[in-house]
Design a protein around this ligand. Structure first.
Ligand SMILES: NC(=O)c1ccc[n+]([C@@H]2O[C@H](COP(=O)([O-])OP(=O)(O)OC[C@H]3O[C@@H](n4cnc5c(N)ncnc54)[C@H](OP(=O)(O)O)[C@@H]3O)[C@@H](O)[C@H]2O)c1
Length: 194
């Protein structure tokens, strides 16, 4: 997995957390297990007893607000929003007492870019879900969301869309996931902006 050009965020997170935890890496096409976050049935067979769920996935479509199609809007709704919500819902019975859930949003919930309306909308919705769900989770479970700016590793792919944004290394972003997993806070948005 370490040579994959994908998994930008997930790779840095799993490498850091593996120093202290037994990490089960779950991808779409590769990993210790695979899942399709669009498919609730595939999510439900995923879990065994765990202490923490960390989600660093979710797609959104980028297009102008006037050009985005219905299908484009559904990408973010089905993948980054409902994919993370459905993973959270499915994991709750399998999480040990005082376990944690960490989801991923992104800087576009705070700042806007061209073609970023769907991403901004979805990231904001993920953050609102986390704040509300934190009030209701059973078993002393905690839930937080990490909001990274553009990762340095993603500059070749997305840098042109983020003029003037200062990228941060994936290893720095990974520390926010560690804070969520190993810390005490809940209902928080851990922003990692450059
Ligand atoms: N990269 C950045 O600069 C940046 C900045 C802010 C926020 N984010 C957010 O961080 C998250 C990850 O972004 P990334 O750039 O790291 O993406 P990435 O490199 O493309 O990695 C995506 C990960 O998601 C998995 N995946 C894709 N489709 C899936 C599906 N249908 N079901 C289950 N898993 C699936 C992939 O698994 P396989 O490899 O097995 O297909 C891979 O592990 C996203 O929510 C993104 O918006 C990223």
């Amino acid at each position: 997995m370490t040579s994959s050009p994908r998994l930008i965020n997930a790779l840095a997170v799993s490498e850091l957390l593996a120093q202290d935890h037994d990490v089960i890496r779950v991808g779409h096409t590769q990993g210790d297990a695979t899942v399709d976050i669009h498919d609730k049935a595939s999510i439900e067979v995923l879990f065994a007893k765990i202490d923490a769920l960390v989600v660093a996935t979710g797609n959104v479509a980028f297009n102008s607000v006037t050009q985005m199609s219905d299908e484009g809007w559904q990408v973010g709704l089905n993948s980054k929003l409902m994919g993370q919500i459905n993973l959270t819902r499915a994991a709750i019975p399998y999480l040990n007492e005082k376990g944690s859930i960490t989801l991923t949003s992104g800087i576009l919930s705070d700042e806007s870019i061209n073609w970023g309306t769907s991403a901004s909308t979805i990231n904001g919705a993920v953050e609102h879900f986390v704040k509300a769900a934190a009030c209701e989770l059973p078993k002393g479970l905690r839930i937080n969301v990490v909001s990274p700016t553009l990762l340095e590793e993603s500059v070749p792919k997305y840098g042109v869309f983020f003029p003037g944004f200062v990228p941060v290394p994936g290893a720095t972003v990974a520390q926010a996931y560690k804070k969520s997993v190993q810390g005490v806070q809940t209902g928080q948005i851990f922003k990692v902006f450059g």
